[in-house]
Write a protein that binds this ligand. Structure first.
Ligand code: HEM
Ligand SMILES: [Cu+2]
Length: 604
């Protein structure tokens, strides 16, 4: 007697397939999410290896592990990788998997565009890393200041790989932002009002607006750089009336919203996990939504706090000092509300909850040093030193990465139908916590004692040798913690304890579907009556609808054209390296073939 599940499947023809071709042609948001996650973790490992080599070089004064040029390439690629090839896409992995499930949709608004974004990201990352094959990886720092990136000071292809690679990745991010905004506005289940959406979806919504507004600014800056390098224009050339400070303004107009593109998804993850393991609704839901929107808005008005040392003048310095301190207020509200949610709750210290609590605490440490930088006189001491390195690793490693680890342990049962090992999870957490603080806390003092960032050696007279050695030891402990996460994922996929559709007893809609969800997500689109659909009256109906017999549901068929078109788009940028004006036209023609076939392929 076929199970109910099998009968449901029998009526709905899943596109499925598990071979490589099914992954190349998939347009299913859940599978695209897995592609984003796995690829981002591979880049996390690459960025981590770069960081470990940097730490080996800095373990002792006057280190000789690597040369100055290699050091420049490694820290630049470490920063570029961790921001553009790990931090942003791993958030998109969670966006992709969760948004449709949390709002009650069968997929995102533009499934093929979704696949295209992924393939551009992958090929863009491969293009950037191919620079190591020719020994000319980007070496001007992740924020590529002019005029260092000009042809005069970087005659090799280093800065071309940087500008063309980031340009391609920007296209993928903007497409993704448009896709998620359209999905959230148009594809919510009946009754899923905006102010009933889970915080994770809300923070993804705000982040998507930052993606489509901030990445174009970077695109303009990169076009100016490419024009200067390829065709001898003078946007950043002082002698010809250009201005290198223009690059800094453009880069940080993108760059500061960028750091919120990296952290707001993490805030969303915490706001979904902490209520579940406190057995209490999120404290101050509406205020959490508004403070997230406010952070997104204000993030556009603080960029020049990265430029206090460029001599903007007291008025500008004062304005950006105040605006930067103001952004600490909505952030503080979030930290208070997470604590208020836990207060008086029935706390369960599962691995996802431990990572969430650590994220709240350690992110606050990073936030406090951020407020210290906001005071422009103090920043003149701290800028370009290891104090700044400590600051942004507390907000990015103990913020974004720690929350991603929490989210991985939390939603793994939904994605696989199995739990991750809690025993390995606890090891993962404590090694991460100890490694994180041992690596980056000493850096506050290394910086205040005067060690500049981006220098491949230092003198023993600086008296920071032991601090640097402990940072290096910490980095290796952190590396073991990352490996444990990967091992736990690989083992638990097959051997983890089976998980039901709602193993944590959570409140949000994604837990109404089976674990893992079927290709069509919901048998019937449920009607939503409140903010915690699986905690409040009507929860049985919601689950029953989600797992009902599907009937004739149309799901978009697999397509090869996103993969094909992505080769054309990234190829167009890569062919600028040849220096021949006609070469990129080959990429344009290839892309055109992809788009025409895409437009005329049957979707029913
Ligand atoms: C895995 C542990 C990590 C270690 C041990 C580490 C270590 C370092 C070190 C030592 C530097 C400074 C190099 C220098 O200026 O001389 C650095 C720079 C940087 N790191 Fe990390 N990092 C780690 C993870 C991350 C993560 C997860 C992110 C972002 C999400 C990140 C983003 C950056 C950025 C943007 C820079 C600046 C690069 C530049 O100056 O151009 N790091 N990291
Ligand atoms: Cu900033």
């Amino acid at each position: 007697m076929a199970t109910a599940e099998a009968r449901v499947r029998a009526e709905f023809e899943p596109h499925g397939g598990t071979g490589i071709w099914s992954w190349i042609t998939t347009v299913d948001h859940k599978r695209i999410a897995i592609l984003y996650y796995v690829t981002s973790v591979v880049f996390l490992v690459l960025g981590g290896i770069e960081a470990l080599i940097i730490r080996l070089q800095l373990a002792q004064p006057n280190g000789t592990v690597i040369s100055a040029e290699t050091y420049n390439q490694l820290f630049t690629m470490h920063g570029v990788t961790m921001v553009f090839l790990m931090g942003m896409p791993i958030s998109v992995a969670f966006f992709n998997y969760l948004i449709p499930l949390q709002i009650g949709a069968r997929d995102v608004a533009f499934p093929r565009l979704n696949a295209l974004s992924y393939w551009i990201f992958l090929f863009g990352g491969i293009f950037l890393y191919s620079s190591f094959l020719v020994g000319q990886a980007p070496n001007g720092g992740w924020f590529g200041y002019a005029p260092l990136t000009s042809k005069q000071f970087t005659p090799g292809l280093n800065a071309d790989f940087y500008s063309l690679g980031l340009q391609a990745l920007g296209v993928a991010s903007i497409m993704g932002g448009v896709n998620f905004i359209t999905t959230i506005i148009n594809m919510r289940a009946p009754g899923m009002r905006l102010m009933r959406m889970p915080l994770f979806t809300w923070m993804s919504f705000v982040t998507s607006f930052l993606l489509i507004t901030a990445l174009p600014v970077l695109a303009v800056a990169l076009f100016f750089l490419t024009f200067d390098r390829q065709w001898g224009t003078n946007f950043y050339q002082v002698a010809a009336g250009g201005d290198p400070i223009l690059w800094q303004h453009l880069f940080w107009m993108f760059g500061h919203p960028e750091v919120y593109i990296l952290i707001l998804p993490a805030f969303g993850i915490l706001s979904d996990i902490i209520p579940t393991f406190s057995r209490k609704p999120l404290f101050g839901y509406a205020v959490m939504v508004y403070s997230g929107c406010l952070i997104g808005l204000i993030s556009w008005g603080v960029w020049a706090h990265h430029m206090f040392a460029t001599g903007l003048g007291p008025i500008a310095d004062s304005f950006f000092t105040i605006s930067t301190m103001i952004i600490a207020i909505p952030t503080g509200v979030k930290i208070f509300n997470w604590l208020a949610t836990m207060f008086g709750g029935q706390l369960r210290f599962t691995t996802p909850m431990l990572f969430s609590i650590a994220t709240v605490g350690l992110f606050t440490v990073g936030g406090i040093s951020g407020v210290m930088h906001a005071a422009s006189p103090a920043d003149l001491q701290q800028t370009d030193t290891y104090f700044v390195i400590a600051h942004f690793h507390y907000v990015l490693v103990a913020g974004t990465v720690s929350a991603v680890m929490a989210g991985t342990y939390y939603w793994f049962p939904k994605v696989t139908g199995r739990f991750m090992s809690e025993r390995l999870g606890k090891w993962n957490f404590w090694l991460f916590f100890i490694g994180m603080n041992l690596t980056f806390f000493p850096m506050h003092f290394i910086g205040l004692l005067g060690m500049p960032r981006r220098t491949f050696t230092y003198s023993p007279d600086l008296h920071v040798t032991n601090l640097n050695l402990s940072a290096t030891i910490g980095a290796f402990i952190l590396a073991i913690a990352f490996l444990l996460l990967i091992v736990n994922v690989l083992i638990s996929r097959r051997n983890g304890a089976p998980a039901s559709h709602n193993p944590w007893g959570a409140a949000t809609l994604e837990w109404a579907t089976s674990s893992p969800p079927p290709e069509y997500n919901f048998g019937r689109i449920p009607v939503i009556h409140n903010r915690e659909p699986l905690w409040l009256p009507g929860k049985e109906e919601v689950v029953e609808a989600a797992q009902a017999r599907p009937g004739a549901i149309h799901m978009p068929p697999p397509s090869f054209w996103p993969f094909f078109t992505a080769i054309g788009i990234v190829g167009t940028f890569a062919l600028f390296l040849t220096g021949h004006w006609w070469a990129p036209l080959i990429g344009v023609a290839w892309t055109a073939i992809g788009i025409v076939n895409w437009a005329y392929e049957p979707t029913h």
